[in-house]
Design a protein around this ligand. Structure first.
Ligand SMILES: [Zn+2]
Length: 244
């Protein structure tokens, strides 16, 4: 229930941050008829299902993403509790995952990775490294800085070489995930992002869903690669090193 409720808040962030609106005030209203939503319109997951994805007052459609984010968030909380138990580690991973959900859906809908998410994210990651690096999931400050530098350097190179295939938002995002996972896990995160993004690009090309010149947002792959790395990065790295 907490996860679904936080999911509702993440939807508010996804709706409002790209429009430069406050995520605190005003309270939620229908984006079409502007009618203020009451408590019975705001029950996560259930309100959407009960109203069949339409506004109670003007019947305009509510984006399906609202339901998807609430369900993902509702499933994520018990999953991370199962992975980490209750505690600081679980809280930090949950925080990071909420952050990435917002990044993913804003990039999917607007092809934007917002500075007002990346910069505070970087500051928080550095603070975590400075204060909490004894925790297994938090890299030390030197490791984090190395990871950030590698992410930044590699993606500047990619942007310059690909001439527009990748945006500066992706560069900043690559640097940020370097700060979050550190060295050497940054390589795992980037590799997972490139492999999953590449596979989807091939599928889209083969099925002709997208043309060669059309843009596919890369932020979601960076985010998913990082989430997988936070969860299983060490095992993936050990498995890979074990090959040699
Ligand atoms: Zn309405």
């Amino acid at each position: 229930m907490l996860g679904a409720t936080i999911g509702s808040f993440l939807n508010v962030c996804i709706d409002r941050l790209p429009e430069k609106r406050s995520i605190i005030l005003p309270p939620s209203s229908c984006s079409n008829c502007k009618k203020l939503l009451t408590a019975k319109d705001l029950i996560p997951i259930f309100s959407y299902l009960w109203l069949r994805g339409r506004c109670r007052y003007c019947r305009s459609t509510i984006p399906g993403r609202v339901l998807i984010v609430e369900i993902i968030s509702a499933a994520m909380f018990p999953f991370l509790f199962w992975m980490y138990g209750l505690g600081l580690e679980q809280t930090i991973v949950t925080l990071y995952f909420c952050f990435f959900i917002v990044i993913i859906f804003i990039d999917l809908e607007h092809h934007l990775i917002l500075n007002k998410l990346i910069y505070p994210g970087a500051i928080i990651a550095i603070l975590f490294s400075a204060l909490l690096s004894p925790l297994e999931i938090i890299p030390g400050i030197a490791t984090a800085a190395t990871g950030g530098g590698i992410g930044l350097g590699l993606f500047v190179l990619i942007v310059v070489l690909s001439r527009g295939g990748m945006g500066w938002g992706d560069v900043k995002m690559a640097a940020l995930i370097g700060l979050i996972v550190g060295y050497p896990l940054i390589f795992v995160a980037l590799l997972l992002a490139v492999i999953s993004g590449g596979i989807l690009a091939v599928i889209l090309l083969v099925t002709k869903t997208k043309g060669r010149k059309q843009h596919v947002a890369f932020g979601p792959f960076l985010a998913l690669g990082t989430m997988a790395t936070i969860l299983w990065g060490e095992s993936i790295l050990n498995w890979y090193i074990g090959y040699f």
